[in-house]
Ligand binder design. Structure first.
Ligand code: GLY
Ligand code: MN
Ligand code: MN
Length: 277
């Protein structure tokens, strides 16, 4: 090409594609919304299916049945169905344990439709009712989820955002008795990995989402309108054999973001009510 058309300029496509791909048009988001709606219907179906003794893989099977019977292309990634202490394993792959009465089950799953990936996480009580402590930790996680969502707007970088969510996580973890004031008094906020809150929240809060579940895009530059991110804080407590994560998908606008999963039940009371029915 260069020999034949010497006056043209030749550039590598990958860098350009990476930038183009990070900004989603409304047509792309409409397709993603279908993937999300299929995932929403699937979650509601699970709320009527989960009960003590059910195997994690039986929940996985329900998910695939629901996705395919709604004409999804496939799952966007391998479903993580992690009951009890398994929920602390971030990319739990076995899905082979019984869901026990009194435990929570963390379910991270999403449909792929028209090439686009949904990425949902919900954590629900196996027997349909949260204990007092489970609800306390759940609500702390939901608070972090909502707080994180409120920060995701043009201008902030994912790195700075992660640190800010960390500040709020620190406060919440003191409040629910995971950290003491002394633990956090002299923390070095410049070293994310050494911050005390990381003991209970040891992964990122958001990633780009699109054609890939972990889509291409920058973490260090200011985010821009049109980008799509997950919001997925978690709280993982080894001492209590418990893990909770709550994950939604949002589309960045000029001044904030639109929660593409706003219809999917998220409040503890709503989950309990739907499981009872
Ligand atoms: N399902 C993988 C993730 O949430 O990042
Ligand atoms: Mn996920
Ligand atoms: Mn995710």
């Amino acid at each position: 090409m260069k020999a034949r058309y010497p006056l043209h300029q030749y550039l590598r496509a990958a860098k350009i594609m990476k930038q183009l791909r990070a900004i989603k048009t409304k047509e792309e988001v409409a397709v993603l919304q279908t993937a999300i709606d299929i995932t929403d219907n699937t979650f509601r179906r699970l709320l009527g299916f989960i009960k003590p003794g059910v195997m994690e893989y039986e929940i996985e099977a329900e998910i695939m049945h629901s996705f395919l019977s709604q004409r999804a292309e496939d799952k966007a990634y391998n479903s993580i169905i992690a009951s009890g202490d398994n929920a602390r394993v971030l990319h739990y792959v076995f899905n082979n344990q019984p869901c026990n009465d009194g435990d929570l089950v963390l379910m991270d799953f999403g449909a792929r439709y028209g090439g686009y990936c949904a990425d949902l996480t919900r954590t629900v009580p196996v027997n349909g009712k949260f204990t007092k402590r489970q609800k306390e930790v759940y609500n702390a996680c939901l608070h972090l989820h909502n707080y994180a969502k409120s920060l995701l707007k043009p201008g902030i970088s994912i790195i700075d955002y992660t640190n800010k969510v960390g500040d709020e996580a620190t406060k919440q973890f003191v409040k629910i008795g995971l950290l003491s004031k002394a633990d956090v008094k002299n923390e070095n906020k410049d070293e994310l990995e050494t911050r005390p809150f990381r003991k209970y929240l040891y992964h990122g809060i958001s990633h780009h989402l699109g054609i890939d579940v972990h889509d291409l895009g920058t973490r260090t530059e200011p985010i821009q309108p049109g980008m799509v991110f997950t919001v997925e804080p978690g709280i993982y407590i080894e001492e209590e054999k418990m893990g909770i994560r709550i994950e939604n998908n949002v589309w960045i606008t000029k001044n904030g973001n639109i929660d593409l999963m706003k219809n999917i039940p998220i409040e503890a009371d709503d989950i309990e009510r739907l499981m009872k029915r």
